[in-house]
Design a protein around this ligand. Structure first.
Ligand code: CU
Length: 212
């Protein structure tokens, strides 16, 4: 069973096989459909991406939750953005569903156990003690932009769309932030410095659940 049967199709066009032919096939198809439903998790979400200051930056993101055979929830994030400068841009899910101004999205989605959410020290030369990158649950991968067009596709099991401790749909929601520079992922102590998680904010998009 492919993990992402909807991967190559529009999120609006769900494809379910229609049982036909022999009863055995029908029974198998119904069983298979049941399994697919159990795996799908069913939740989807979208975000409209807009530039923080530059109205020429626009884009769209889709999020699809799936459940692995072992019961692990995974979320596939696919994002297309135009108008950013060429090169790599850090993309994270930030803790507030607010984009006006982009700082309203606050720090990285990080339900803990560390309870720390600052992606960097927000302009200070000395990193804050609560720096917790790259362990934030909202950390994703860089969006690579060529000729003004950027595309990113990434699957993470650090977040869920459905309710739970890792859900991005907590009381105040969540938003994507696309940063000016690349995320070096701050993997080593020596990398934990100002701007290692992408620096200033270029674009933002409030994540909205898709109903039904
Ligand atoms: Cu960020």
């Amino acid at each position: 069973m492919p993990r992402f049967p909807l991967e190559e199709t529009s999120v609006k066009k769900r494809y379910y096989p229609i049982p036909r032919l022999f009863p055995v096939t029908l029974a198998a198809a119904v069983l298979s459909l049941g399994a697919a439903s159990a795996q799908a998790g069913g939740m989807q979400a979208t975000a409209d991406i807009r530039g923080c200051k530059d109205a020429g930056i626009t884009g769209k993101a889709t999020l699809t939750e799936q459940v692995t055979p072992e019961g692990i929830k995974e979320v596939m994030v696919e994002m297309t953005v135009s108008g950013l400068t060429d090169g790599k841009h850090a993309v994270h899910i930030h803790e507030n569903g607010a984009c006006e101004p982009c700082s309203a999205a606050k720090g990285h989605h990080d339900p803990g156990p560390f309870g720390q959410s600052r992606p960097d020290s927000a302009g200070k030369d000395v990193p804050a003690k609560d720096i917790n990158h790259p362990y934030h649950m909202g950390d994703l991968i860089n969006l690579e932009v060529k000729d003004g067009k950027g595309h990113m596709k990434h699957t993470t099991n650090r977040i869920t769309l459905s309710p739970g401790r890792l859900s991005i749909f907590d009381d105040n929601g969540s938003a994507f932030i696309i940063h000016t520079y690349e995320d070096t992922y701050c993997d080593h102590e020596s990398d934990l410095k100002k701007g290692c998680a992408g620096g200033p904010r270029d674009a933002c998009g409030i994540i909205q659940p898709v109903k039904g």
